[in-house]
Design a protein. Structure first.
Length: 291
């Protein structure tokens, strides 16, 4: 039903300089695997085989990673190290990769619009690789596709985030429509609000100190293709960028966005703290598996 997944991967990753000066942030590893490969594997496990990657200048190693490396393979062939390439080779066999370059960094909405020629007129998933999720066997994208099948409109993954952190995220409000699956019909959304924006957003709940957390958007989306037409029309929003949150608000006003509190754990690998937490988490799982 959802056959394609878009990976915006054109950003500079400035928070990880100097590591990201010549290495794309999506290629930073958690243990031995680049962040983007985790995302691609999540898409594959959701039954998606077509990976549409929006890259930019200096990101060529992404294409090389998801391609055969004949010299390396023949060097390792027949040695005890051969198994080290097995995991990535399976990914390359199962998935098809298409690429487009984003000429200018004008925001997440603009990156998604840049991917339109790779997606066409069908619903698609979006994975922001620096939001790394560990949901066990049932990945967050698989969970969201189940929600999409039911409501047939855009679906965004949400997580409760403390008030103090909320300026880093898109925030939603909405009505709980299914308590069992934790789904909301989104009625309003705002991108990275400051406390003034938030006051207007919550309206009646004036004392923000009494609102311990908000439902924030995390980097997983299922989008219906009409989003492209909306993205072409909207004006730059927060930080002068074309924001996917603003485009989704237009769908939400027609009742066509579902917020889904996914089951699993997310690591903000766009920050050094989250990156270290993810590394520790996956290192612990590895140790536990070896026992
Ligand atoms: C983007 C979105 C934001 C969302 C976040 C999740 O922001 O614009 O709404 O909450 O991803 O990671 P970014 O982190 O790319 O600045």
């Amino acid at each position: 039903m959802i056959k394609k997944c878009l990976f915006p991967a054109a950003g500079y990753g400035t928070r990880f300089l100097p590591a990201t000066k010549a290495v794309p942030k999506e290629m930073l590893p958690i243990l031995t695997k680049p962040l983007l490969q985790y995302g691609v594997e999540e898409a594959l496990s959701a039954g998606i085989n077509n990976m549409a990657i929006v890259t930019g200048r200096g990101k060529r190693s992404i294409e090389d990673h998801f391609d055969n490396a004949f010299e390396l393979e023949s060097q390792l062939s027949g040695t005890e190290k051969e198994y080290l390439l097995e995991e990535i080779k399976k990914v390359i066999e199962k998935a098809t990769f298409t690429y487009v370059r984003q000429q200018q960094i004008l925001g997440l909405g603009h990156a998604i619009l840049t991917g339109e020629p790779l997606i066409g007129n069908e619903p698609f998933a979006v994975i922001l690789a620096d939001d790394l999720c560990d949901c066990g066997a049932n990945g967050v994208t698989s969970q969201m596709i189940e929600i999409y099948k039911k409501y047939k409109c855009s679906v965004i993954a949400i997580e409760e985030i403390p008030f103090t952190q909320i300026g880093k995220y898109g925030v939603i409000s909405g009505d709980l429509i299914d308590g069992t699956s934790n789904t909301y019909r989104v009625t309003n959304m705002i991108e990275k609000p400051d406390s003034h924006d938030l006051m207007n957003f919550v309206e009646d709940r004036v004392d923000l100190n009494n609102v311990p957390s908000f439902n924030a958007i995390i980097g997983r989306y299922i989008l219906t293709p009409d989003i492209f037409g909306i993205l072409k029309k909207i004006k730059p929003g927060k930080n002068g960028e074309i924001q996917i949150t603003d485009a989704l608000l237009s769908q939400a006003k027609q009742g066509k966005v579902i917020g889904y509190k996914f089951k699993g754990k997310r690591f903000d690998c766009g920050s050094v703290k989250g990156y270290v937490e993810a590394t520790n988490h996956f290192a612990r799982s590895l140790e536990n598996n070896n026992i």
